[in-house]
Design a binder for this molecule. Structure first.
Ligand code: RIB
Length: 339
């Protein structure tokens, strides 16, 4: 493992000058450039010295929007598992979808010279990650590409799962199907909305604009919008929510309105967080392979660090049918009265 002395020797400067560069103190731009070049060439990680971590525990930074969303909690778990399997520690940065926090965390990770960064941060821009890429720190984005940057990207096939969800509901004779998306500023939600509309049309159902809503990715968003949808006349007989947290809110909104899921209204989520299999009724949802995505993100960082070739994956999604979806109530009523 290279030391600060090796860097100084390689750059042809004193150890004190390397230390000044590392601590962000004033040095001539040409000197800074020489030191940074040497650091990159030797793959020197100064954090181990400053934090007294000479036990060889290099660190990967993980930037996520919401640690209280079980999807991201699960992702962090799987990233951590895979990282520690390879002897790496994880520095978890929770941004609360605040662009300033997101920028400050990226700066912190940059300054700490972490071994690599995994970013599930929809607000990050190419400008934010440029210095990181230039320094040669591997950076892997999950789901959201930073426009204009060539950071590695792990993509999720949002359309496949959404189309399966729509087909499943149509197969249960639902025609009045609503979709509550997460924020449409995020490409994953645009993809899910697009797939929803496309599949409805392919099945000969024209999407009803009143049934297309946008909300936050939070439980409360799912609850409030479902409450509104259930007060429409006619109300939808099935609702797809942008994530499982929103779907939990939707199931409670239906319950509070005195409706039963799925007898009165079918509900589908997206993600397959652990609680989806534990709720009552158990939630039908579009599964994302959170475990595989987390592990693959770590492996990509490590391959880049070792300068080995990488292949950027697209992870599939899959509908998991549980108890929150059932036959459309209108069809059952019609059948009972012999219409
Ligand atoms: O619940 C978190 C959601 O935000 C997931 O659906 C994920 O894909 C993300 O964008």
């Amino acid at each position: 493992m290279p030391t600060i002395r090796d860097v100084a020797r390689e750059a042809g400067v004193s150890v004190g000058t390397v230390s000044k560069v590392l601590n962000g103190r004033r040095v001539r731009p040409s000197t800074r450039e020489k030191v940074e070049k040497a650091i990159k060439k030797l793959k020197y990680r100064p954090q181990m010295v400053s934090a007294g971590l000479l036990d060889q525990s290099p660190t990967i930074g993980l930037v996520i929007p919401s640690v209280s969303n079980p999807f991201f909690a699960a992702l962090a778990r799987f990233v951590e598992d895979e990282a520690s399997r390879h002897g790496y520690m994880v520095l978890l940065c929770n941004t609360d979808r605040d662009p300033d926090k997101e920028k400050r965390y990226l700066k912190l990770l940059f300054e700490k010279w972490v071994a690599g960064i995994i970013v599930f941060a929809p607000l990050t821009t190419a400008a934010d990650v440029e210095p990181i890429i230039e320094r040669g720190i591997p950076i892997v984005a999950i789901e959201h590409r930073f426009a204009g940057s060539d950071a590695d990207l792990i993509s999720i096939d949002n359309a496949k799962g959404m189309k399966e969800a729509v087909r499943h509901l149509a197969g249960l004779q639902h025609r009045r199907i609503a979709l509550v998306t997460g924020p449409l500023s995020r490409p994953c939600n645009q993809e899910r909305l697009h797939a929803f509309q496309q599949e409805l049309r392919a099945l000969g159902i024209e999407p009803n604009p009143q049934y297309l809503r946008e909300s936050s990715f939070e439980y409360e968003g799912g609850y409030h919008i479902t409450w509104e949808l259930l007060h429409l006349d006619p109300s939808p007989t099935a609702i797809i929510l942008g994530n499982d947290l929103m779907a939990m809110g939707a199931m409670n909104a239906a319950h509070d309105k005195g409706l039963s899921v799925p007898a009165d209204v079918s509900i589908i989520g997206f993600d397959d967080i652990p609680a989806a299999a534990q709720s009552r009724p158990r939630l039908t949802t579009v599964k994302q392979s959170i475990a595989e995505v987390g592990a693959e993100a770590v492996r990509l960082v490590l391959r880049r660090e070792a300068e080995r070739p990488v292949q950027l994956p697209t992870f599939t999604t899959e509908l998991i049918v549980r108890e929150s979806t059932g036959p459309c109530r209108d069809v059952l009523v019609d059948a009972r009265v012999g219409r």
